[in-house]
Each structure stands twice: as C-alpha cells, then as structure tokens.
Design a protein around this ligand. Structure first.
Ligand code: KG4
Ligand code: ZN
Length: 348
C-alpha cells in the first residue's frame, strides 16, 4: 500500500474530548468527529477526571462506528490505527489506548502510539503540507506552552516551555476569577474584543534572554486588579477591559519569546498550534511577527487547533510510513500510557 493509499483510523482520549478521525494518506481528512465534554465539566469549573473517563468509555465505540460510516469506509479498508499514548490524564488515555489495542489486535492491524503534543505539531502540516522547514513551532494549549524547532519532518527539538501555568490554563483560571464559565479561553477572547487593555498586566520574563514562559504572574495580577476594583466599585467589574488587558499580556509574551527563538534559530516558517492558537490576539501578534521577519506563518483552522483525532492520525501515519517494518507497530499489546511525555530532543 502506498503512502497516499494508507487509510488511518485516529483515536484521541487524552483529556476531555473523545475524538475519532479517518485520514487517507498523510493529509486527506475523510471524517473527523469530536465529542466535547464541556457540558459535564462546566458545572464543576474544570475537568473532573473520573467523569471524563466514564464519558470516554460510553462514546468511544459509537463514535468510531460513526467516523467509519461518515468516511464511507469499513474496518477492512483501514491500514493503520493511531492512538494518543500521552501526555494526558492516565485514566482517560487508557480508555482510548485499550480500545485501540483491542481493535487493532482483532483486525490484525498495526498500531502507533502517538504523542499528543506531536499530534498538535502535525496539525500544522495537515493544514499546510508545504510548510517550509525548518519551522519554529509555538505549541499553546490547556496543559502546555512549548517552543520547538522542526528541522525536518518528524524531527523536533524542544527549545523551551512554561515554568508554571500553561497559557490555556491561565485563560481558564482568569475566566473562573471573573465567573465566566468553562472553558474560559474562548469566552475571555470574545469579551476582550469588546474591551480595552487599560489595566497593567505584566509580561513575565520579558527582557530576559530565556525561551521560558511564565503565566502565573499575569493571572495573579488579574486577581489583584479584580480585588482592588471590587473594593473601589463593588459589583461593577469592567470585565471586557480586564479580559483585554490579560489577553494582550499573554499575546505579547508569546510574541516576545517566539521572536527571540526565531532570532536564535533562524527558521524559514512559524507554526502556532494547540487550543490557544484559536485566540484572536495570538493569531494577530504571531501573524505580525511573520510579516516582520518576512517568513510564512501557519495556523490551522480552529477545529484543528483544539483537541481532535485528525492530528493523531496524521502524526501516526507519518511515523508508520517512515519506519513500516518496525516490529513495535505489530507488537503493541504491552504498550502503556505515558501521562508525562515531552516529545523531541531536548536542547542541552
Ligand atoms: O489543545 P487543547 O484543545 O487541549 C489541550 O491539549 O490542552 O486546548 C484547550 C485550551 C483550553 O485551555 C481553552 O481555554 C483554550 O485552549 N482555548 C483558548 C481559545 N480557544 C480555546 N484560549 C484562548 N482563546 C481562545 N479563543
Ligand atoms: Zn491538546
């Protein structure tokens, strides 16, 4: 079977989205289904792992059947199963992994265990397969904020990450402080567009020569601003302006470190991936950076930024095609979940 003919079934259950996709070759999406669990976690203001696992168990099989039907393929057409092996919530990962192992074993198919973050990175290549390399990748999600350089396809070097909160996590916490609901990122983004960045939210590590980020400081600054305003003018919080101030500080921090990484590593393109790549200010600032440096910026469409199984299928297909005869793809029954797993070679 050629690379272009390979049909991959991708499965993602690392956190609070149950997702299944069918992909032909490395980039052609035949179907992509994502069942969000925002309804069950929203009332708790954050993800409840036990509830996430139960919902994955209920949904994984019917969602797989629907994804195959939508793609107009049967299990007999599938050439590869790709599943998220980590990082993520261990119980949630195990639901997808156990299901994928059972399915692949019963159907006599090879199985690839994919790193979720590597999946996010490859969402950029699904969107723009001709992204020139080396590409500087800014990965911003609910659990991670990392910079990688992709020298060649499937060759990532980790350049730096957050010291504390991830960018998405900080968005969610700020939304909770303002009583805006969960997940907070999209709501803060929407409110910010109606406000002005009039409050002083610091951009952490701004002038330091490091590729690390820090988002707990800006979050605490927002908390202090809210407390101060609540004393001055109780019950009349300027929510839109607070959101705009916080969002602008986050976008500036991401811009600053991506710029510094570009100066150090001289990429010929930039990609922004992960849930926070949906953010309007982040898209705008990194887009401006690309124009400033004269290099293209790839940002996948919103549905490919947040968790999905297309990116898992794409990363799995790429890994399999590079190394088809690797016995690990057939000998997977002992494969374990990896709740903490940073991809790529780390810089010394
Ligand atoms: O990549 P993702 O779906 O899941 C993880 O792997 O973590 O990212 C989810 C995160 C959440 O924190 C959510 O609030 C954030 O992405 N997010 C946003 C926006 N849309 C989603 N953050 C800021 N602005 C947005 N428009
Ligand atoms: Zn993710």
């Amino acid at each position: 079977m050629t690379e272009k003919e390979l049909i991959t079934l991708g499965i993602e259950t690392s956190c609070d989205e149950t997702a299944v996709a069918v992909l032909r070759g490395p980039h052609q999406v035949l179907s992509s289904l994502v069942a969000s669990q925002d309804d069950i976690h929203g009332v708790h203001g954050g993800i409840v792992p036990e509830l996430a696992c139960r919902r994955h168990v209920e949904l994984i099989h019917p969602l797989t059947l629907s994804a195959l039907e939508k793609a107009k393929v049967g299990l007999e057409d599938i050439g590869l199963v790709a599943v998220t092996r980590g990082p993520g919530l261990v119980g949630a990962l195990l639901v997808g992994l156990s299901y994928a192992k059972a399915l692949a074993w019963a159907a006599g198919l090879p199985l690839v265990g994919v790193n979720h973050l590597e999946g996010h990175v490859y969402s950029a290549l699904v969107h723009e397969p001709r992204t020139p390399l080396p590409c500087l990748v800014l990965m911003v999600s609910g659990g991670h904020t990392e910079l990688f350089i992709m020298e060649a396809s499937y060759s990532l070097t980790w350049l730096g990450g957050t010291r504390d909160d991830a960018a998405g996590e900080a968005f969610d916490k700020v939304a909770r402080l303002l009583g805006l609901g969960y997940p907070g990122g999209p709501i803060v983004d929407k409110m910010a567009r109606e406000g002005k960045a009039v409050y002083d939210v610091p951009v952490a590590l701004k002038s330091q020569d490091t590729l690390e980020f820090s988002f707990s400081g800006p979050k605490t600054a927002v908390k202090n601003i809210i407390n101060g305003l609540n004393k001055e003018t109780p019950g009349r919080l300027p929510v839109a302006d607070i959101c705009a101030s916080f969002q602008s500080a986050v976008a500036l921090a991401l811009y600053g470190k991506t710029r510094l990484a570009a100066q150090k590593h001289k990429p010929v393109s930039i990609a922004v991936v992960g849930g926070v790549a949906r953010n309007s200010a982040v898209r705008e600032k990194i887009g401006a950076l690309g124009r400033e440096l004269g290099i293209p910026v790839t940002i996948p469409p919103p549905d490919l930024c947040t968790d999905n199984a297309v990116m898992i299928a794409a990363a799995g297909a790429g890994l399999f095609i590079r190394d088809r005869s690797n016995p690990a793809f057939r000998d997977f029954t002992q494969m374990d979940a990896k709740p903490s797993w940073l991809p790529g070679v780390q810089l010394k």
